[in-house]
Design a protein around this ligand. Structure first.
Ligand SMILES: [Zn+2]
Length: 591
């Protein structure tokens, strides 16, 4: 029944009178009461100390940091990334106010979102019912049993089972619900088959407990795709949700930190064994949005990722990302297990105690990376010291500038490498090689061929085997000649380890040059490049000689010294031919 009587202003006023700004804001921001007002970290800009202020009397908010301000509508508009009408719609629903007017598009979008959310809620209930109450749920129950997930825990996370075939479609038909909505929600294919068929289904809920999507693990042995996820919909954007946060938020507040794990099953097991502040970044590597979301609940993250290479990389990225949002991190390594799930299950009844033990000795995110970078360092090997110093410099530099001093100090204590070396700006790194080779050329242009070759040989002395028969020291630039000769001697005396052994007796500026090359090697350190460089150096040298002979020749002509002219002409011809040959060979080998 179209009744366009209620004006917008009336609607805004009515909704505003029925919702409480403090309540709405606290669903997104941890608010602390000070006198009559509330303070928290602004959800609209990055900050470390609260400048977001809510005045409950006036039902208004103001951020002293980014100077955004407004009422409950502006707040919802910004936080839900909607417009004024969208905010009105959301708040009206919450306040139970019926709205008469909405633009058709807004109404459509709001409706779609609502229908999807309803459908997801219904699906979660249906899957849960199938899992526990029907024979079709057997494979799901077996999977949970094999993972030793109790029914109580499974119900807490509302796990379910999607049976084979079109069970959900039949269920919807029986309930006279729209199959189209189920398709929009990413639950069903066009032909009515269940998107998650034959899978254990895990609802992905937002921090308020609303199901936004599912991730589902196959129960079949022969299915190559272990996990599949809901597509993005009007209700779900990947990388914005933190899995388990709705169930973990109270324990996070109590303990003062969150435990960030890799997988949903890690989180589920963790809660079962009493680690009830565990969450996971769902479906993606940790994102900026997820860190901002977590930051509303705590300032400290314990990172518990797999012990493999990918896990270590993810840990480093998370530590840096968190630091950029002024969050502290610590890294928990589970001993003797491939993931926390395995560790907690094998610890059995002692799990909570053994977990607390691990947590109490967890190093900070920075320290964990530093330990890794400095592992196996032998301080008496100068090239190792340089390599480790280079890695640590890179690691420190990833963190916000304000932390560099104290991190360099910590690294000095840990490794004995001077903090000045860890903070200094090293030479600008040579451009990395592009697939088409232009990077190599660009880098080589900045660096003379001689300097490039000397650096390459410092890093890879064994390349002398290829190079020493191709060029002689005189062909190098005068600047690089002495070092080339010294390194060649070291190599002939001591083999590939000779350079390291002799380094201490080199002139100090040569030592510096070698150490810099160790810390920041030139691009493409291999024998092939060494040979290419040697050829180029030889060619340049020959061209230089050729111009010299030509100069001499004109002098001889002016002096009418015919013998000399003849000799020089022959030399010049021969050299020109050799240059041409060499250039032709070079083109062939490059082609
Ligand atoms: Zn702000």
């Amino acid at each position: 029944m179209p009744t366009p009587t209620q004006t917008s202003d009336d609607a805004f006023a009515e909704v505003k009178s029925k919702v409480d700004l403090v309540k709405v804001v606290s669903e997104h921001v941890r608010l602390t009461k000070r006198n009559k007002d509330y303070w928290g970290l602004c959800p609209f800009h990055q900050e470390d100390s609260p400048s977001f202020h809510v005045n409950p009397q006036r039902q208004s908010w103001y951020c002293f940091g980014c100077e955004r301000k407004g009422d409950v509508f502006t707040f919802v508009e910004l936080i839900e990334k909607t417009d004024k009408r969208g905010a009105l719609q959301m708040l009206a629903e919450r306040a139970g106010v019926e709205l008469k007017k909405l633009s058709p598009e807004q109404k459509e979008r709001a409706d779609l979102r609502k229908r999807i959310l309803d459908m997801l809620k219904l699906a979660a209930r249906y899957y849960e019912y199938v899992l526990w109450e029907t024979p079709a749920g057997e494979p799901g129950r077996k999977l949970l049993e094999s993972r030793r997930v109790s029914e109580e825990t499974a119900r807490w996370f509302q796990l379910g089972h999607a049976p084979a075939g079109r069970g959900f479609a039949e269920y919807l038909r029986a309930k006279k619900r729209s199959l189209l909505d189920a398709q929009e929600a990413g639950l069903m294919r066009r032909d009515g088959t269940d998107f998650f068929a034959e899978r254990l289904v895990i609802p992905i809920r937002d921090e308020r407990g609303q199901t936004l999507a599912f991730t589902a693990r196959t129960v079949r042995q022969d299915e190559p795709r272990k996990y599949i996820n809901s597509p993005e919909t009007a209700a779900y954007i990947k990388g914005r949700v933190v899995y388990g946060l709705d169930l973990a938020r109270d324990e996070i507040a109590r303990r003062g930190h969150a435990v960030l794990m890799e997988g949903q099953f890690d989180v589920i097991t963790a809660h079962q064994f009493g680690v009830a502040n565990a969450v996971a970044s769902s479906g993606t590597a940790l994102t900026d949005d997820q860190v901002r979301l977590l930051k509303r609940f705590t300032d400290e993250l314990f990172l518990v990722f797999d012990a493999d290479r990918a896990g270590r990389e993810a840990t480093r990225k998370a530590a840096v990302l968190a630091a950029n949002h002024a969050m502290r991190t610590r890294v928990v390594v589970v001993p003797g297990a491939k993931d926390p799930d395995e560790f907690l299950r094998s610890a059995g009844p002692d799990a909570a105690g053994r977990w607390d033990e691990l947590v109490s000795k967890a190093p900070s995110g920075f320290e964990a990376g530093m330990d890794e970078d400095a592992a196996g360092l032998n301080p008496s090997k100068p090239n190792q010291v340089e390599l480790v110093a280079g890695r640590l410099r890179d690691w420190i530099r990833q963190f916000p500038t304000g932390m560099h001093e104290s991190y360099a100090e910590a690294a000095e204590r840990h490794t004995g490498i001077s903090r000045h070396l860890l903070l200094e700006d090293p030479e600008p790194k040579p451009v990395r090689q592009q697939p088409n080779g232009s990077g190599r050329r660009a880098a080589a242009r900045k660096l003379t061929a001689s300097a490039y070759l000397v650096q390459l040989l410092a890093v890879r002395p064994s390349a002398f085997d290829q190079v020493r028969t191709k060029i002689v020291a005189e062909e190098l630039d005068a600047d690089n000649r002495p070092l080339f000769v010294r390194m060649l001697e070291s190599y002939e005396r001591g083999g590939p380890a000779g350079l390291e052994a002799d380094l201490a007796v080199y002139p100090s500026e040569e030592q510096d040059l070698i150490r810099r090359a160790w810390a920041a090697p030139p691009p493409n350190v291999d024998d092939e490049v060494a040979v290419e460089l040697a050829d180029r150096i030889r060619l340049e040298h020959m061209k230089g000689m050729h111009s010299g002979i030509i100069r001499e020749l004109s002098e001889a002509e002016r002096g009418r010294d015919s013998d000399r002219v003849v000799r020089l002409e022959a030399e010049a011809r021969e050299l020109a031919r050799a240059i041409k040959d060499m250039e032709r060979r070079g083109e062939r080998s490059r082609a």
